[in-house]
Structure formats: structure tokens, C-alpha cells
Design a protein. Structure first.
Length: 193
């Protein structure tokens, strides 16, 4: 689990990935939840572990917290993917993270007395329920008056979220051109374990 300012998300420690990535839906959720993040344009072609090609067009800097330590780190924004976040060699090298695969543990060179365990958190390794988990954490903070955040603080900090006036979506408009009006139907794709 990677701790962010607005919750925790499951992350894959991938020694085969040159750079760290975050799924676009997670990045967008964090932005809408109040993370003041700037997306920078880029143009990188990836070949994912399953062989599919993916073009990355945005990079975002997020604050990552693991074992009580935190860093600002750049993530390439992926459209789709099985994991919400991937910590690649760039993160591991920058932070001095070492991974003991056989023991399913990791640690940082500067704090070798602290050890983290891989694959032990309650969110499934597929990350499928990650957005729901983030939403539940946010609602818990809002509804818990003794918590670190409450609805009054949030209403003061983000008045646009609690306005009685309807607004518009803050996204780039786009058109989807259809060839015909026939609904698209196809069987579900099976994913390997």
C-alpha cells in the first residue's frame, strides 16, 4: 500500500518497470478529491508486461508515503492497467528501496531496521476496488467529527464541492463519433491470475 495525501492505494513493486506509473482513473480521482496536482505533457511509448502497447501523454507529481517516510515523485499516467500504481526502478533507486522477493519484504537503505511486507493489505492485489476504498476513506474522514478532517473544514477548504448551485464537469469536452447505432456487444476478456 502506498499512502497518499488522500488515502492509500495498492501498488506493485515492479523491478522490471523503468518508471513509476499511476492509472488515469486514480490520478483523476485524486485531482477531484482536492489534490492540487499539475499534469505535464509527455510522449512515451510503453510495452506493458502483457505485451500491449500503451502511449503515455501525461506525468503527475504525487506525494508518496511508505513506512512513515514520504517523497514527492513523478508518475507516468497510464490509461488502464491492472494495478492502481506501479513503483518502478526510478522510485526504488531514488529512495534506496530494496526488495527481498523470497521473504516478501522491502526496506530502505537509510532505515534498514524498518521492514515492510508485500501483499499483506486488505485491498485485493488486482486493485479493482481501489477507487471505492479511497471514497470510503474520504467519507469516513468527513463523517468522523473526531477525525483529522471534518465536513466543516472541508466545506471551508473546498467551497465549490458543497455549493447548492449546480456546476459543470471540469474535463476536456470530446466527441465520440459512431459508425452506426448498433450497440457494441462482446464477451468479457478473461484475465490471468
Amino acid at each position: 500500500m502506498v499512502g497518499l495525501k488522500r488515502g492509500k492505494i495498492p501498488a506493485l513493486l515492479d523491478t522490471g518497470a523503468q518508471s513509476s506509473c499511476i492509472r488515469s482513473d486514480i490520478a483523476e480521482f485524486l485531482r477531484l478529491a482536492g489534490e492540487k496536482r499539475v499534469f505535464k505533457p509527455c510522449s512515451i511509448n510503453y510495452v506493458l508486461a502483457n505485451g500491449t502497447q500503451c502511449k503515455v501523454e501525461k506525468i503527475v507529481k504525487l506525494r508518496v508515503k511508505i513506512l512513515g517516510f514520504s517523497w514527492d515523485h513523478h508518475f507516468h499516467v497510464l490509461e488502464g492497467g491492472s494495478f492502481p500504481a506501479i513503483l518502478g526502478l526510478d522510485f526504488m533507486g531514488r529512495t534506496g528501496m530494496t526488495v527481498n522477493v523470497s521473504a516478501k519484504q522491502f526496506k530502505f537503505e537509510f532505515a534498514s531496521h524498518l521492514t515492510g511486507e508485500c501483499g499483506t493489505d486488505e485491498v485485493g492485489s488486482d486493485g479493482g476496488n481501489c477507487l471505492q476504498s479511497l471514497l470510503n476513506q474520504g467519507l469516513s474522514e468527513i463523517n468522523n467529527p473526531r477525525g483529522r478532517l471534518n465536513s466543516e473544514i472541508l466545506a471551508t477548504e473546498f467551497p465549490g464541492l458543497f455549493s447548492s448551485i449546480l456546476g459543470t464537469a471540469k474535463c476536456v469536452p470530446y466527441d465520440i463519433e459512431l459508425v452506426d447505432n448498433v450497440p457494441v456487444r462482446s464477451p468479457l476478456s478473461m484475465c490471468p491470475p
